[in-house]
Design a protein around this ligand. Structure first.
Ligand SMILES: [Mn+2]
Length: 354
């Protein structure tokens, strides 16, 4: 992992690289804890943390020099200034979309070297998954799919959205997911048009749509899927919207492969509704990369500029959201290949009436 980053630094004349985004720290060095930073230099790599994590870091990242930065009267600027002097650094790349203003101020205050804002460097490496990352992602998807088979047996009139959300988490941990909590979306009835609504105490009523957008982590790698079911017999409009939504998802997956652009995927997603009343209830973002973080590049939708590459893992989640009536979303997580895509979510996409 480190090799690719060091090559990038060399090519771009970056002397030191300060990595602060937790997913990027984990990607580069394998550390599974929190609140830690890396400073990579050509000669040596530093793992910067506080005493809560020094023992864990020594176990998980033995090749790094471990530095405790939380000492009385010192801040991150002082810590990096020591390394600047030790390694004779002339510039420092940092993750400009993640660092706080306070940290940035501490760096400008204490460092003599030039500070170079960098964006999406590690994210770009992360968007192409290795075989190991693919295996972990598949395991996370399998766990989420198995939890779906279980949860549909619990959904009935009177059960609340929160109860369903909590049972989903429980099933996934029991099926082998990491225990790190992962907030899912479980919403019902007219609330299903809230794209990112959070589970409430609302009880399920007869005829409700129940939308579940959830997933888990397996060895840090996330799954992200959505299924929408009907409690009772689906009415005509629910059937009509569900059929269109299925068609939207399937038409995207039918064209996905390396080389397809974000906009081509979006265009495929709206074929089914382009000339219907539902076009106005469409959302322009239809997918995103997923890995150590739940929403990561590449972003797929009407405004995207990305061209898919082999071993991207992305979600496919167009939706139809009708304010006051409800929404239907089906979300798969797929692996992009040279010739197509492999759906990692095995849960059925047929309309389920409970
Ligand atoms: Mn998603």
């Amino acid at each position: 992992m480190n090799e690719r980053v060091l090559t990038y630094m060399e090519t771009n004349h970056i002397d030191g690289f300060f990595i602060s985004r937790p997913e990027n720290v984990r990607y580069v060095c394998g550390f599974t804890g929190e609140d830690s930073f890396l400073l990579l230099t050509k000669k040596k790599s530093y793992f910067i943390t506080d005493p809560r994590y020094t023992e864990q870091a020594a176990l998980e990242c033995p090749q790094y020099e471990i530095v405790n930065w939380r000492k009385p009267g010192r801040n991150m600027g002082d810590t990096l200034a020591d390394i600047e002097a030790e390694q004779h650094l002339t510039n420092l790349g940092f993750e400009s979309s993640h660092i706080t203003f306070d940290t940035y101020s501490a760096l400008t205050d204490k460092l003599k070297m030039e500070l170079i804002p960098l964006t999406d460097v590690i994210e770009e490496f992360r968007s192409i998954k290795t075989q190991q990352e693919i295996a972990y992602s598949k395991a996370a998807c399998d766990i989420a799919s198995r939890a779906f088979e279980k949860i549909v047996k619990d959904i009935r009139v009177g059960v609340t959205e929160k109860e369903i959300a909590s049972k989903l988490s429980h099933y996934m941990v029991m099926e082998g997911a990491d225990t790190k909590p992962y907030g899912g979306i479980v919403i019902s009835g007219a609330r299903t048009s809230l794209l990112h609504g959070i589970p409430s105490g609302k009880a399920i009523e007869y005829g409700d749509l129940v939308l579940m957008d959830y997933g888990c982590q397996y060895k840090g790698y996330l799954s992200d899927m959505t299924r929408t079911v009907v409690v009772g017999k689906a009415d005509d409009r629910q059937r009509e919207v569900y059929a269109l939504e299925s068609q939207m998802v399937n038409e995207v997956e039918a064209i996905l492969k390396a080389g397809i652009t974000s906009v081509q995927a979006y265009e495929a997603s709206i074929q089914a509704i382009r000339h219907t009343e539902y076009m106005k209830y469409n959302y322009s973002g239809i997918g995103h990369g997923v890995g150590l973080f739940v929403h990561e590049p590449p972003f797929i939708g009407a405004n995207g500029t990305y061209q898919l590459m082999t071993n991207n893992i992305i979600t496919v989640e167009p939706g139809i959201y009708i304010p006051g009536w409800g929404g239907i979303r089906i979300e798969d997580q797929v692996l992009i290949t040279d010739s197509g895509c492999e759906n990692l979510i095995s849960a059925t996409k047929e309309l389920i009436e409970l």
